[in-house]
Ligand binder design. Structure first.
Ligand SMILES: O=P(O)(O)OC[C@H]1O[C@H](OP(=O)(O)OP(=O)(O)O)[C@H](O)[C@@H]1O
Ligand SMILES: Nc1ncnc2[nH]cnc12
Length: 273
């Protein structure tokens, strides 16, 4: 079915407006200016939650795919850190003009990089989601530019990526593969590290979870900049899987995350309000 036909079908499906109405929009969370799309209120409504899963199940039944979902490690802002002080943290990176510190707290590793250039000031906070070129840069390249920024990478943060994948997989009779934050999977893993516009992400997958040539669907609750899905696709493709499509409940279209998916189809149920 073409993109237009899918759009028209969704517009006529009475389940969609109900799902949309169950997603709470929280202004100014986790920081001022962000309209946070809160799916926890959808989970409180069993009918709407089931409808959400069913819509994906209807689309992916009989397509010979395995289901992959994401539980990624995400850098957060200093405000988020303050609000979440009880959680353990693994490492952080902070820069001042001309000076970059990268500190691995858990392992005790301290790496100091003196940078030579004065760079522009970037206030890097959670959900400050204007995609920038520096999302493509490596961490040390960023440091070398002397950006004035604070990264804080937390562990123990509850993730939304694993909520929708398992029920979809069970219903379509597919295996389910979690992509998890570092040091959560006990077996041998492959990892994908990358930088977003407001932090760093790392995903891991068990070696052997997916076989070369297997068809995979990547599921997450929301696409913003597309960094998370992009990393998931890359991890699966490195393992030889064919990523057939990405599926999310919500898209934040203004962030143009689709454009980072290198042409992979993206199926969404709704755009953010
Ligand atoms: O398209 P992107 O810019 O990569 O953003 C999308 C990701 O952002 C959210 O997770 P988040 O890291 O905010 O927190 P979570 O731990 O609650 O899933 C969401 O669950 C997606 O996984
Ligand atoms: N506006 C938003 N609401 C919920 N999760 C997000 N992840 C990135 N941006 C988000």
């Amino acid at each position: 079915m073409g993109e237009m036909a899918v759009r028209e079908e969704k517009e006529q499906d009475p389940r969609i407006p109900r799902i949309v109405s169950c997603i709470r929009v929280v202004p100014d969370f986790p920081k001022k200016g962000i309209m946070f799309q809160d799916i926890t209120t959808l989970l409180l409504d069993p009918k709407a939650f089931k409808d959400t899963v069913d819509l994906f199940v209807e689309r992916y039944t009989g397509r010979d795919i395995c289901v992959v979902a994401v539980d990624q490690q995400r850098a957060a802002s200093s405000e988020q850190r303050a609000a979440d002080d009880a959680l353990p943290r693994s490492w952080f990176l902070f820069c001042m003009p001309n000076l970059c510190w990268f500190v691995e707290v858990e392992s005790g590793l301290l790496l100091l990089t003196l940078t030579l250039l004065l760079g522009p000031h970037f206030d890097v906070n959670g959900y400050d989601c204007e995609p920038t070129a520096f999302a493509e840069s490596s961490m040390l390249e960023i440091a070398a530019l002397g950006f004035n920024m604070i990264f804080l990478n937390m562990t123990g943060v509850e993730a939304r990526g694993l909520i929708f994948g398992p029920p979809i997989a069970l219903a379509i009779g597919a295996k389910f593969i979690p992509l998890r934050k570092p040091r959560k999977l006990p077996g041998e893993v492959i990892s994908e590290n990358y930088i977003l516009e407001y932090g760093t992400d790392c995903l891991e997958m068990h070696v052997g979870a997916v076989q070369p040539g297997e068809r995979a669907l990547v599921v997450d609750d929301l696409i913003a900049t597309g960094g998370t899905l992009c990393a998931a696709i890359s991890l699966l493709e490195r393992a030889g899987a064919e990523v057939v499509e990405c599926a999310c409940v919500i898209e934040l279209p203004e962030l143009k995350g689709r454009e980072r998916l290198n042409g992979k189809p993206l199926y969404i149920l709704m755009e953010s309000r």
